[in-house]
Design a protein around this ligand. Sequence first.
Ligand code: HEC
Length: 137
Amino acid sequence: MLSKLKNKKVALLLLPGIYFLLSFSYYQIQDDKPTPYSLPYDTAYLPKPNIPLDNPLTVEGIALGRLLFYDSLLSVNKTQSCASCHNQNNFFTDAGKNVSNGALKIPDDFNSMPLANLAWQTEFFGTGEQNLWKSRL
Ligand code: HEC
């Protein structure tokens, strides 16, 4: 009987703490809005970058993109990341190779092209297929 009363008292004491923690984490989630990122560029020489209106730049989005770019978990056998072919040390190409090899060592028709200033580009890949990257990735 006495221990049941003690348990009730402990529960009553814990309830406000649990309520406080839950409302605090709810507040945290509500406040977790992405931080807008403004791409720095010289407006005197360059036109406005081609950023899709439905996918604006954010600090968190850029960090996630960088993380995924170097993550080999994205490939079929977890051996290859974007950076395997678009090597930052070679201007984001696989310089020196005639054609790129996929994760399964199957050669592509092309070698990888440099990834630079793509925010100003509207057509992608050697054949200029517009927005093909959305269907490839
Ligand atoms: C197996 C090697 C390989 C991997 C891995 C790879 N790429 Fe590529 N990438 C290429 C090749 C080859 C091309 C050129 C293809 C063409 O011209 O059709 C290319 C082209 C591109 C282009 C077009 C650039 C332009 O100027 O038009 C983009 C963007 C791109 N890759 C991004 C990525 C991203 C992001 C990843 C990871 C999700 C990735 N690539 C992974 C080989 C690779």
